[in-house]
Design a protein around this ligand. Structure first.
Ligand code: SF4
Length: 307
């Protein structure tokens, strides 16, 4: 690191709890840093996310830059995902081919910081990886981004999930409202959703669900004859038109939830102060969705979209 470089501090907000708590933490603990907060708006975020970002803006007392808002979310009346899907030969993004994150989240970020790097700045990007999570890259700078540094203050300072909740509660913002039914921020059609979350999306936001269904229809059959759908290879969203399938998904989820509660509730209440922080069953359901399904952070769900 060169000491005579100008430094630009940036912090990306996904609409998720960890990045929001990190913004509050940085503003409280490091008030001397002039941090630019940004939100990369794909144009397909949940209404609760937009609301949460606005609330956060007023708590921080600082504008949160919308990187995508005007230039990419809607382009000549063609929504950005429509355009990108065509560019990707109508192949839906998936856990293995996550082009959506690169095109809708990372590229706008790179475009935004490029002039600063070209101008000789060192850009320090703060990422909300917690101390109780497996270490993951927030973002891997490329060759031309030698002076882009990633910092993880929660991991460095030992802040865990309980600390994150406490930061949100003490600031008055609390958890994002989508926790009433969904475990993460991100696009309405995100393939990292659990089946139960698709059912809830259909019930809460039928238009967004229909839009996701329409994207599936555009998806082509891959070379090996396997068709990829949002919920997986063999289960198009149209299967949720069958009330029996919905009932089955709900019953399966209920069983998994009960199993999780039995196994963990007492221990978590003691260790994490869960009772004080999250006293609604529905929030336990969404807050611990990964653990309910014996998973870690959605099996690789991305830092950029959910943190
Ligand atoms: S939230 Fe999901 S669908 Fe949206 S960009 Fe991220 S991984 Fe892709």
């Amino acid at each position: 690191m060169s000491n005579d470089r100008k430094v630009k501090h940036v912090l990306g907000l996904s609409g998720g709890k960890d990045s929001a708590a990190l913004a509050i933490y940085m503003a409280r603990e490091y008030p001397e840093l002039d941090i630019d907060y940004f939100f990369t708006d794909t144009g397909y975020e949940l209404p609760e996310v937009y609301e949460f970002i606005e609330q956060l803006e007023s708590i921080l007392g600082k504008e949160i830059l919308r990187l995508n808002h005007n230039e990419r979310a809607v382009n000549n009346d063609v929504k950005v995902f429509d355009k990108l899907l065509a560019e990707h030969n109508n192949f839906l993004p998936s856990g293995r081919q996550r082009w959506c994150t690169i095109r809708m989240k990372l590229e706008p970020f790179e475009k935004w910081i490029k002039p600063y790097l070209n101008d000789g700045y060192e850009v320090v990007s703060y990422v909300g990886i917690r101390a109780d999570e497996p270490w993951r890259d927030g973002y891997t700078p490329n060759e031309s981004q030698k002076y882009l540094k990633i910092k993880m203050p929660f991991a460095d300072d030992g802040i865990k999930r309980a600390g994150v909740i406490s930061l949100l509660e003490s600031s008055g913002i609390g958890l994002p409202k989508y926790y009433e039914w969904r475990s993460r921020s991100g696009c309405t059609f995100c393939f990292f959703q659990r089946k139960i979350e698709w059912v809830r999306l259909m019930e809460r936001y039928p238009e967004a669900f229909e839009e996701a269904k329409a994207y599936e229809k555009r998806a082509e059959t891959s070379a090996n004859g396997e068709t990829f759908y949002w919920m997986g290879p063999n289960e198009p969203l149209t299967t949720l038109e069958n009330p029996e399938r919905i009932a089955q998904i709900k019953a399966n989820h209920e069983k998994s939830l009960k199993r999780f509660e039995k196994k963990k509730a007492r221990e978590r209440k003691r260790k994490l102060g869960l009772h004080a922080m999250v006293n609604e069953e529905q929030l336990i359901d969404t807050m611990f969705m990964d653990e309910i399904y014996d998973d870690v952070e959605g099996g690789g769900a991305c830092v950029t979209c959910y943190k």
